[in-house]
Design a protein around this ligand. Sequence first.
Ligand code: HEM
Length: 512
Amino acid sequence: MASHLSLALSHLLRSPFFLLLSLSLLTYLVLRALRVTGNSRRAIVTASPPGTTGLPLIGETPAFLAANHSGRGVYDFVRARHLRYGECFKTNILGRTHVFVSSIEAVRTLLGHESPDFSKRYIRSITELVGDQSLLCASHEQHKFIRRHISCLFKLDSMDSTIKKFDELVIHTLRGWEQKETVLVLRDAMKITFTAICKMLISTADEQELEILRNDVSQVSEAMLALPLKFPGTRFYRGLKARRRIMNTLRKMMDLRKKGSECHEDLLQGLVRDESHGNEPPLTDEQILDNILTLIIAGQVTTASSIAWMVKYLDENQEVQEKLRALHSELAFTNYLSPLGSEVLNLMPYATKIVKETLRMATIVSWFPRVALKDAEIGGLRIQKGWIVNVNARSVHYDPVVYDDPVKFNPGRFDEDSRPYSFLAFGIGGRTCVGMNLAKAMMLVFLHRFVTTYRWRVTDSDSSLQKGAMFPMLRSGCPIAVSPAVAQPKLPDRSGDANVKRMQFMPWCNVT
Ligand code: HEM
C-alpha cells in the first residue's frame, strides 16, 4: 500500500501538471512580494513629516511663544524639534500646520526652482502690520509687478549717494565714540541704518521727525511676533496704532510730491514719478506706502543687528581682526576713500568674506515661510494644501556636512565658492532680498571705518538674545570700549593705478 502511494506521488511530482502548478505558485509569490515592496514604497512617499501638532486648537503655540520670550530666542523652538525629528518635521503654531525643512534638496525645490505649488506667506498678523500690498504679503502676480517697480530703484548707481551718506554718518558717529567709556554698537547701528534708509526712501533728515518715525517703526516691528490681540495695552494693538501714524505721515509726504510742492531725489519720488515702466500701470498709493514701510522695517534691524554681530565675532577672533586691520590701513591711505561710494567696495575682498561669514553665523532671517497651494511632496514626505513650509536657513548654515566646523568664525571658508543653495543669508530665487547690495555695502563701509579708527573690547560677552524680537539681536546691545587704532605708516600715493580698473568689476555685489 505504502509503495503504491510513493509511486503515485513520484509520478505526480514529475508530471507536467505539477511543474506548471509550481511555476504558477512561484510567479504568484514573486508578484506578491513585488507588490508589497511597491506598497511600502508608496507608504513612505505618502508619510506625513514626523513631529507633533500639539494640543487641539492651540497646537504648540505656547512653546513657540515661550521660546520667543526667552533669551535663547524664538529659533530655539525650531532647534529643539530639528534635533529631535531631523531635517523635516511638522508642528502647529497659531492654528496652522508648519513644516520646517533643511535639506539642500528642499531648498532647491522651494526657493531655487520656485515651485508653482508654493507661495510666500506670512502669518495674518504680519500682513495687518506691513499692509497687504507689501512685497512680503502680496499675491504671486502682484508681487512680481511691485518688485519690478521697486528693484530698479535699488540698482548700484541709484545707491551710490546713499552709501556716501551712510559713510558720513559712520564717520560722524565713530568720532563721538572716543569720549565714551562704553558704546552700545547695536543702538548706534540702529540709528545710522535707519537714517540712511529713510534718507534713501523719503529724504527725511529732520532729527525730530526721524525720532518719531523710528519709535513708530520699532513698535510695528515689535508687534510682528506678538499674539494678534487687538485691545489697548497689547503689543499688537500698539503696533497697529503705530502703523496708522506712519501711514498718515507717509501719505502727507506723497501728496506734497504729487502736487509738486516738494521734490527730492529718493525712492518715493521715483515711485510717484514712475517713468520707467512703459505700458505698465504705476504702483497705487497703497502699494507705494505699504512698501516704503516694508523697506524700512526689512532693512533697518537686519542690517544693524548684523553689524553688531560682526563686531562681536571680530572681538572673539583677534587674528581675523588684525589681518583685516592691516589690509584696510593700507586702503585708508589711498586717495579714493573719501567718501566711500559703491565703486570702491570691490577693493575689500577679505572684508567681504567677513561680512559673508557674519551673515552665515548670525543668520538674521532664520527661516523663510512658503504656503503649499496644493497637496505636494518634499523629500518623500507628504505636504498638505494650506500647510506652511519653512526653509530652515539656520540649520543649513550650521550643517557640518555643508560647512566644515560650522561654529567656527572662519571667513577663509569663502575663498572657495559655496555649494549651490547653501548660503541663504539673503534668500534665493524670485524672493531674494531686494536690499541685499545696500546691506552688504553698509556693513563694509562700517567695517572699514571702524577697524581703521579703533581697536575694541566687548565688555559683556553674553550671547543671549532680545526677547520677542523678530530677528536674533544681542540683548546686551554689544557694549564695547574703544581705543585708537595704531596709525600705520603712510603708503605711497597709488592714484591712477590698476585699482581704478578693478573698481568696475565690483565683486562685492556677488556675495551670494
Ligand atoms: C543684513 C541685512 C539683511 C538681511 C540678512 C536680509 C535678509 C533677507 C532675506 C533672507 C529675505 C528673503 C526672505 C524669503 O525668501 O522669504 C529678504 C527679503 C527682503 N528684504 Fe532683506 N535683508 C537685509 C537687508 C535688507 C535691506 C537693507 C532692505 C531694504 C532697505 C531689505 C528689504 C527686503 C525686502 C523688501 C524683502 C522682500 C523681497 C521679496 O519678497 O520680494 N532687506 N531679506
